[in-house]
Design a protein. Structure first.
Length: 255
């Protein structure tokens, strides 16, 4: 008796596309090739359906069949990925999302990237408050302090209990760590092959950015980071698995 869940009988064009996409997305980053049985187990499709759709995908070079009968992604998938990368502008993806986050929270939003031993503010959306956390695009800041630096270190693979805790909850919090009167919270943004592209930071004066504020806007920050990750070719499901909105105490550092 098969363990595979019977596939829907819907044969509409949309259903066919869904099944074809299920085959393509069955391949994980570490897979070189998959057998028909492995594809059936991962997609829930009957082997007869797989063979039919695989033939069409092979014709369009989206899939290749090796001499030993296994399947691997075809050259057309690389061509599409390369085209996507050529057309990709990080600012076009993250800035609209940062503006949404700034509007929702009323505070400033920054996008930081790592440059060797420092971090650089690549993009910035200021709050409308007269009193705000002043950082400009192009400013260079330390990695070891502030939620942005801590997140870059943690999701860049730094070892240690502090960084383990940040990775566990999916974000970092800083209360007066870099500057006494400032606070912030940061989440990572990933790109193709889950490469860390940077971190998005929501920050401001500690008189407004307290634990209650952070708890209220974690969902907004997560939405920004997850949508940016998807837009840059990453997989936001990794973020969803890591993110925990209940407690950030272990990732806080007080200064």
């Amino acid at each position: 008796m098969s363990d595979v869940t019977p596939e829907p009988k819907d044969s509409s064009g949309v259903a066919v596309i869904d099944r074809a996409c299920a085959i393509l997305f069955a391949f994980k980053p570490d897979d070189s090739a998959l057998t028909l049985a492995e594809l059936a187990a991962r997609t829930g499709l009957y082997k007869s359906t797989l063979l039919r759709l695989a033939g069409a995908l092979i014709q369009h070079r989206m899939l290749m069949r090796l001499d030993d009968g296994r399947y691997q992604l075809g050259p057309a998938t690389f061509m599409l990925g390369a085209q996507y990368q050529r057309n990709l502008n990080l600012g076009d993806i993250v800035l609209p999302l940062m503006r949404e986050l700034a509007d929702a929270s009323g505070e400033s939003v920054s996008f930081y990237v790592r440059d060797d031993a420092v971090r650089v503010c690549l993009h910035r959306v200021d709050s409308t408050h007269a009193v705000r956390f002043h950082v400009r695009e192009g400013d260079v800041l330390p990695l070891e302090h502030g939620s942005g630096g801590l997140a870059l270190l943690a999701f860049g693979g730094e070892t240690g209990d502090v960084y383990d805790r940040i990775r566990e909850v999916g974000y970092s919090v800083s209360m007066g760590d870099r500057e006494r009167d400032t606070a912030g919270v940061s989440m990572p943004v990933f790109g193709v092959r889950q490469t860390l592209r940077g971190v998005v930071t929501l920050a401001g004066p500690s008189s407004r950015i307290d634990r209650a504020f952070i708890d209220r806007h974690l969902t907004d920050l997560f939405s920004c980071a997850a949508r940016a990750t998807d837009g840059l070719g990453g997989d936001s499901r990794v973020l969803r698995a890591q993110w925990r909105a209940s407690d950030a105490q272990g990732s806080e550092r007080s200064g």
